[in-house]
Design a protein around this ligand. Structure first.
Ligand SMILES: Nc1ncnc2c1ncn2[C@@H]1O[C@H](COP(=O)(O)OP(=O)(O)OP(=O)(O)O)[C@@H](O)[C@H]1O
Length: 293
């Protein structure tokens, strides 16, 4: 278990960005860190992964395989995405062929557009973000730390990112991410830490079964061949993820809004290929004792 005890951080003689932070992150946890701009979210994540040393307090139990996606992935390199991932995979102990295969697999799942063989510096922000995500997942992480991972990603990649988070947690890895959107944090995280005035407090914990109140809706072009109306799924209330999979649109929707979303889909001439619920899989464990501290 990764444990922060009374962690504080300041740069030089500047203000304290973090003070007295106590946090525990166990295998399988999915935790969100929220707070305003400049509140210290990235600072906290950098301390968790070991890139930044706390000024006071201690961090213990950091696992050996950490996947980290920084808030800014600066890709000035001439190296191609796939060569970069191959190098990174080799640094993490994979053979060149295994690293290349894993890199290709991850980029395929993320639908990297713009070419895996194009120089990194020519990639758009969103595509560079996909490469950043792929490098964090080359070797299954025990701890996956994601700094605003949804920013810049297109809708189809949103669903894949959610799958990565679920898969990592289901395989016993812990996930910590930041985001500004409440809906995303509430849906994905088993616990939400809020940073304000340098203090970090556990604000929200999932009640068992919350996640089970999601339904998955699979939409397709009707057998009649009528072309459906293009729909901005993420803009509809209750739609937490939308992804394109083999010509089908897969939506994850809160149970509360699923009827309305289904109605919109039918009105827009989409055909329902599948409807499952509840979805979510693993149970995000939450230790009430921690909330009480
Ligand atoms: N190397 C540094 N030297 C001095 N101050 C720094 C340094 N790095 C970060 N800060 C300051 O620490 C504070 C917290 O920054 P941080 O990037 O952690 O915030 P954040 O919550 O991630 O913000 P955002 O939502 O805008 O990404 C900011 O006021 C920032 O200016």
């Amino acid at each position: 278990m990764l444990r922060c005890e009374a962690v504080g951080k300041r740069h030089g003689r500047g203000r304290w960005i973090l003070r007295d932070v106590d946090m525990e992150i166990a295998a399988g946890d999915v935790l969100a860190v929220v707070g305003g701009n400049g509140s210290g979210k990235s600072t906290l994540l950098r301390i968790l992964v070991g890139l930044s040393r706390p000024t006071s307090g201690s961090v213990s139990g950091r696992p050996s395989h950490i996947g980290y996606v920084p808030d800014r992935f600066t890709a000035h390199d001439r190296i191609s995405a796939i060569s970069y991932l191959t190098h990174m995979g080799r640094i993490r102990g994979l053979s060149a062929s295994a690293a290349r295969a894993r890199g290709n697999h991850l980029l395929e799942r993320l639908s990297l557009v713009g070419g895996r063989d194009a120089p990194l510096r020519t990639l758009s922000k969103g595509n560079a973000q996909k490469v950043a995500l792929a490098q964090a997942l080359l070797v299954r992480p025990d701890l996956l730390v994601l700094d605003e991972p949804w920013s810049g990603l297109d809708t189809s990649a949103h669903g894949v990112l959610s799958e990565f988070i679920d898969e990592t947690a289901a395989q016993g890895g812990a996930v910590v991410f930041t985001d500004h959107r409440e809906a995303i944090t509430e849906t994905h995280a088993g616990g939400v830490y809020v940073i304000s005035g340098g203090r970090v407090t556990l604000h929200h914990s999932r009640h068992a079964g919350d996640r089970a109140s999601m339904v998955e809706l699979v939409l397709t072009v009707p057998p009649t061949g009528v072309v459906p109306v293009e729909t901005n799924w993420s803009a509809l209330p209750g739609v937490v993820d939308s992804a394109l999979r083999g010509g089908e649109v897969v939506l994850r929707v809160t149970r509360e809004h699923s009827d309305a979303v289904l109605l919109t889909a039918l009105r827009h001439r989409w055909s329902v290929a599948g409807l499952t619920g509840p979805v979510g899989g693993h149970d995000h464990r939450f230790d009430a004792r921690r909330a009480a501290r």
